[in-house]
Design a binder for this molecule. Structure first.
Ligand SMILES: [Zn+2]
Length: 248
């Protein structure tokens, strides 16, 4: 047993007994961890008000042996999520991001870059940034860091560069764009406008994503539809937060 310190974001809080919580966090140095926070539901505790969904906090926890739950001993709030009070779409967007992180990661599998992406996304949702572009950017970035980014330039089946001046075929189950030959007979293929494929390429690239904004609402809708299908396919279910966010 050793005591560890790290920065983390609260993913999930489950009340346990009258006074405690079972807390799942995504941490910078240890990836996803789940620990018992004893007494955290009492007014005066070592956790003060740090344990809130989307809060960034500095935590201390005791690592237990492989199958026992860790013990969270302290949490200090570093960055509260304030947007919840002024804009529900930001709160739901934040919960969706947490849902994805929880579903796509395993316990104790550190990925500091993914943590930073999560932290930046939560900060952006808490600012005035456009929620839709923040979410698509997060989805693509997280997929890239987890090795699940769809193929956006080369045909996912044969590897040929996909060149089209009209529309591009995207295979939901194949995991990326398809050339004219390979798209024949494939199921779950959607046809994307050139503007949409260009937007997704820009948003998946760290450098071009920063200055990106949707100038055409149709493209924004097209991309959202694509991501809805792709994330549902990846998770094997429709994300729970889709209903709250008004996604079909
Ligand atoms: Zn092909």
């Amino acid at each position: 047993m050793s005591s560890e310190k790290t920065t983390a974001i609260v993913l999930r809080l489950i009340p346990f007994s009258e006074s405690s919580y079972v807390v799942t966090l995504y941490s910078e140095d240890f990836g996803k961890i789940t620990g018992m926070a004893k007494g955290a539901r009492r007014a005066k505790s070592a956790f003060a008000s740090a344990l809130d969904l989307l809060s960034v906090c500095r935590i201390v926890f005791i690592r237990k042996s492989s199958d026992a739950m860790d013990l969270l001993t302290e949490a200090a709030l570093e960055q509260p999520f304030r947007a919840a009070r002024r804009d529900l779409s930001r709160l739901y967007g934040g919960y969706y991001v947490l849902e994805l992180i929880d579903a796509l990661t395993d316990q104790r599998d550190p990925n500091p870059s993914l943590f930073r992406t999560l932290q930046e996304t939560v900060k952006a949702l808490d600012s005035n940034a456009n929620v839709n572009s923040v979410l698509v950017r997060f989805e693509l970035n997280a997929l890239k860091l987890l090795g699940q980014l769809p193929s956006l330039y080369d045909c996912v089946e044969c590897g040929d560069r996909v060149n089209s001046n009209t529309r591009v075929a995207f295979g939901q189950t194949s995991g990326g764009v398809l050339c004219e030959r390979c798209k024949i007979g494939k199921r779950h293929v959607v046809s994307l406008s050139l503007e949409a494929i260009e937007a997704i390429r820009q948003l998946s690239n760290e450098r071009s994503a920063a200055g990106f904004h949707f100038s055409n609402p149709n493209v924004q809708g097209e991309l959202r539809g694509l991501m809805n299908h792709y994330m549902s396919h990846l998770l094997g279910r429709r994300p729970r937060m889709f209903s709250f966010m008004g996604f079909p």
